[in-house]
Write a protein that binds this ligand. Structure first.
Ligand code: GLN
Length: 237
């Protein structure tokens, strides 16, 4: 059994509001099941390894997104091919924006996206910040924390991650949040997102195992602590 390879894109610039916690959750929930895994950090100028089993990109300030957007252009085809082949990917906030068609930063102008997700984003004067609860048909109640001025809209065919029950989500108006495209998820939910939503974490792990073409059983974990934390978070105003 070869270790499952988690690739963390731009951890230095795109891992704000605790997004590294998503890497910890993915790695620990595999380790707790005896599934060997490794994390490879990829910064600008470094290619994505061909044996990646899962891609993660977190959120970042507009300034960091400028540099990342330039580098992502050289990775766009590889990311698209990876997802089209069924590879799992999680993109949070700024990463979600940059995997869309474009992000127009109030401060730095238009940043070209990779075009993986059918979304466009535009910086606004509204900072959308606070705890968020989203109802997802696929994953049930999702909880997180959002902090973005970027407002995102779908263009063409898109499957939202869910409907906003509390908070903003993609924008202040349509009460929709995130996107699912094949086995790729884009979301505004920091928090970290995966520790608070173990169902999504395990779904991504299962897809990564499938991508590795290995037959590894995903044993059920108790999730006692996670469920207690979720119950507490769902009660927050
Ligand atoms: N800079 C982007 C915005 O403000 C993304 C922020 C983030 O990743 N938290 O919308």
């Amino acid at each position: 059994m070869r270790p499952i390879k988690i690739v963390h894109l731009y951890p230095e610039r795109m891992s704000i509001y605790g997004d590294y916690g998503n890497i910890i959750a993915l790695s620990k929930r595999m380790e707790w099941r005896g599934i060997k895994n490794i994390v490879e950090n990829i910064e600008a100028g470094v290619s994505i390894p061909k044996d990646a089993d899962l891609l993660f990109i977190g959120g970042g300030q507009d300034k960091g997104q400028v540099i990342v957007a330039e580098d992502l252009a050289s990775k766009a085809k590889q990311i698209k091919d990876f997802v089209e082949a069924g590879g799992p990917l999680l993109a949070v906030c700024g990463g979600y924006q940059l995997l869309g068609e474009y992000f127009i930063s109030s401060e730095y102008g238009q940043l070209q996206g990779t075009g993986l997700f059918n979304v466009v984003s535009k910086g606004t004067s509204t900072r959308m910040i606070g705890n968020i609860v989203v109802h997802s048909e696929k994953f049930g109640e999702l909880i997180g924390f959002e902090n973005h001025s970027g407002s995102t809209e779908y263009i063409g065919k898109a499957q939202p991650l869910g409907v906003v029950k509390r908070g903003y989500g993609n924008n202040p108006d349509d009460k929709l949040e995130g996107i699912i495209y094949r086995n790729a998820i884009g979301t505004y939910m920091h928090g970290s997102f995966l520790p608070k939503n173990p169902r999504v974490c395990d779904w991504l792990i299962a897809k990564a195992i499938a991508k590795s073409s290995q037959s590894i059983q995903l044993k059920t974990l108790s999730n006692t602590l996670e469920n207690r934390a979720r119950a507490s978070a769902l009660k927050r105003p």
